[in-house]
Design a protein around this ligand. Structure first.
Ligand SMILES: Nc1ncnc2c1ncn2[C@@H]1O[C@H](COP(=O)(O)OP(=O)(O)OP(=O)(O)O)[C@@H](O)[C@H]1O
Ligand SMILES: [Mg+2]
Length: 254
């Protein structure tokens, strides 16, 4: 993927972020492309989540810039990031337990009619939302036993799949997944990995944070390694450089 002739969807340039005495990001730059899975790797405290939170508007950078399709965009809040086309799935997911998959899908983005009325005067269309959510989940090959059940009754993998699917539908540019398989068993991880591969097929730029090197080798087109807030490596992961990748992460000589 990512032939050099294709422009990056997302560019981060010289990102700096400090929390008191901790320099969480120290001149980090990266580029992410469409139809690509970019793995963001690093040991605990390396700065991965901080970088992702800066890209998704949770934190402001102290210095540096973020460009989408080559243009600098101010991302002052999570809402601004979403408007700019960046969707993030955090490890703790943020699904509403008592709502169904479809209600979770459209929460905050409800489909309402008729379009010519001011927003507050429109009627919500639960049936349209249910139908569209079902179609989207089917397209992404996410199988749920019952779309009408509250997500509290679903398994970790099903919930994760809903969260990833939701993000992917609304992300016009970049989908960021912070450890999407960390809490999952083998079979459920597999489903989420398949879904990520499907997003890539559909053209998304996916940034994947994970501690699972097997998943990285299997799925990622490129990997970027952070250590103590600095980018210490970038490579195309495969079976031959797996050890090198681990050495980069932990800071040992390969
Ligand atoms: N809100 C905050 N306030 C103070 N320090 C913070 C804050 N967020 C992160 N840090 C610090 O910044 C550094 C990077 O943390 P970050 O959460 O980005 O690491 P990470 O690579 O995501 O690690 P992990 O793999 O454990 O999730 C750490 O030293 C952490 O303690
Ligand atoms: Mg983290």
């Amino acid at each position: 993927m990512n032939p050099a002739s294709i422009a990056p969807v997302l560019s981060v340039r010289q990102a700096e972020k400090r929390f008191g005495a901790v320099q969480a990001l120290n001149g980090v730059s990266l580029e992410a492309f469409g139809s690509e899975v970019l793995a963001l790797l690093g040991d605990n405290g390396a700065g991965k989540s901080t970088l992702v939170k800066c890209i998704s508007g949770v934190y402001a950078l102290d210095a540096g810039e973020i460009l989408l399709d080559g243009a600098a965009v101010p991302i002052h809040s999570p809402a601004a990031a979403r408007r700019a086309g960046i969707e993030t799935v955090y490890q703790d997911l943020a699904l509403f337990d008592n709502l169904t998959a479809s209600q979770n899908f459209y929460c905050g983005r409800e489909i309402a009619f008729p379009a010519w009325l001011p927003r507050g005067l429109r009627f919500l269309s639960g049936r349209t939302m249910d139908r569209e959510a079902a179609a989207i989940l089917e397209r992404l090959r996410v199988k749920l036993p019952n779309l009408d059940a509250p997500v509290a009754l679903m398994s970790g993998g099903q919930r994760q799949a809903i969260a990833v699917a939701r993000a992917s539908v609304f992300a016009r540019k970049v989908v960021i997944l912070d450890e999407p398989t960390a809490a999952l068993g083998v079979r459920e991880s597999r489903k989420v990995l398949d879904l990520i591969a499907q997003l890539r097929t559909e053209g998304s730029s996916v940034i994947l944070i994970t501690h699972n090197i097997e998943h990285v080798v299997e799925l990622a087109d490129r990997a970027i390694v952070l250590r103590q807030g600095r980018k210490v490596g970038e490579l195309k992961p495969d079976r031959t450089n797996q050890k090198e990748l681990v050495a980069l992460i932990v800071g040992a000589e390969a």
